[in-house]
Design a binder for this molecule. Structure first.
Ligand code: ZN
Length: 245
């Protein structure tokens, strides 16, 4: 089975539509690692799309916040402002759907979906040290995680933790995931990449080949930026889409 796996769409409909056009015909099912909403200007449209099209989905911290399940005092002022704005935009049915999203981990055809880390949905896995600390819990599985908005991930074997290095000029890159070791794979963020590449990030997972393909798609950032500014959302949310940080 071939899967399109998305994470951290963050209410960015323009990026999502570009990814769907690029991925057309290359997958059978869609999986998502959370953070459907927050930051971006199209929460209702993106939520309605996810509701109707994603086969397996777990919640992210922004989904929790926008659904009223998280104390917004823990959010930085920009994230808090966007969460409050998002709540105002969404109708009751979409908010209820967000509120009911399951927490990871969820297993699906040889992989396990989590938002932050296998142990804590809110934890960031950024460095090799972060991953070393959870090494004993990884159990030789393939984990798909999001939350950091950094495409790539880590390989853990008896020699330790190795970061998966992706070269921007070479995408899409297909990586066969060898057995007898643990993999942590991050699709990157569709709607707000932070790895200095403003293109929308996503992956394809082929469960028969045991291979993941890292992909990037260009989209019309300016249209999204204009929507963010017109909505009165914090300006930094528009600026960072262009720099990819
Ligand atoms: Zn996120």
């Amino acid at each position: 089975m071939r899967y399109l796996i998305l994470s951290d769409i963050h209410s960015n409909l323009d990026a999502l539509n570009a990814v769907l056009a690029d991925a057309k015909g290359k997958y059978d099912r869609i999986l998502c690692c959370g953070d459907i909403v927050g930051y971006g200007p199209d929460p209702s449209a993106v939520t309605t799309w996810a509701k109707e099209n994603v086969d397996v989905i777990i919640r992210g911290n922004h989904d929790k916040a926008c659904a009223g399940l998280e104390d917004l005092d823990w959010f930085n002022p920009v994230a808090r402002a966007s969460a409050l704005w998002t709540m105002e935009q969404m109708d009751a049915a979409n908010l209820e759907w967000l509120r009911a999203l399951p927490q990871g981990p969820i297993q699906e055809d040889g992989i396990v979906l989590v938002h932050g880390s296998p142990l804590d949905e809110d934890e960031y896995l950024i460095t090799e040290i972060d991953v070393e600390q959870i090494g004993p819990y990884l159990g030789g599985r393939i984990w798909i995680f999001g939350h950091t908005h950094l495409q790539g991930g880590f390989l853990c074997n008896t020699k330790g933790v190795q970061r998966i290095q992706l070269r921007v000029a070479m995408d899409p890159v297909t990586l066969p995931l060898g057995a007898n070791r643990s993999w942590l794979i991050n699709p990157g963020s569709v709607g707000q990449p932070r790895d200095i590449d403003p293109r929308a990030a996503w992956i394809l997972w082929d469960s028969e080949e045991r291979a993941v393909t890292f992909c990037r798609t260009e989209y019309d950032v300016r249209t999204t930026q204009k929507k963010i500014l017109d909505a009165g959302l914090p300006e930094i949310l528009a600026v960072r889409l262009e720099s990819g940080r």
